[in-house]
Design a protein around this ligand. Structure first.
Ligand code: HEM
Length: 136
């Protein structure tokens, strides 16, 4: 069976007894699967009638989960103008922020080390001079 449904059509199937979700622009009837889902029914009801791509991918489901999904396929999404854009996980979204944060700490740390090094260097020179002056 390969239907072409719009977001509006999918949104009508948003109850436990009639539950569709969109994942990667494909539509799945997960009504029968709700009770079997190892992750519980709550998370599936949260995305009922909606785009669940991000939620599904964020969990890092196994290949087995993806096979289960293929068996529940009912059709593909027909995107109308003005519909939400395709959702996909953004792996880069978190990583660069984390990198920037560590880069910030890194630069700060270098600055502290540099200043500390300079202070130690001048203190050492000063003490050497003092000693030289005393022994002279
Ligand atoms: C709609 C189709 C879905 C299918 C066919 C599916 C299938 C599965 C399967 C087979 C597992 C067992 C572990 C694995 O094989 O990866 C699992 C675990 C899990 N799923 Fe889903 N899932 C679906 C959607 C979702 C969604 C939308 C969420 C939202 C957050 C979700 C959250 C979880 C969580 C948290 C677990 C881990 C449970 C645990 O290890 O205790 N799943 N799912």
């Amino acid at each position: 069976m390969s239907l072409q449904l719009t977001y509006q059509d999918v949104a009508e199937h948003n109850t436990k007894n009639d539950l569709y979700v969109v994942i990667h622009d494909k539509i799945y009837d997960i009504t029968k699967f709700v009770d079997e889902h190892p992750g519980g029914e709550e998370v599936l009801l949260d995305v009922a009638g909606q785009d669940a791509t991000e939620a599904f991918e964020d969990v890092g489901h196994s290949d087995e989960a993806r096979e289960t999904l293929e068996k529940l396929l009912v059709g593909t999404l027909k995107r109308n103008p003005g519909d939400p854009k395709p959702k996909s996980p953004k792996p880069g979204a978190v990583a660069p922020a984390a990198n920037n944060a560590t880069a910030g700490i890194g630069v700060g740390l270098y600055a502290v080390m540099l200043i500390g090094g300079l202070i130690a260097y001048f203190a050492y020179n000063y003490l050497q001079q003092q000693q030289a002056a005393q022994s002279a």
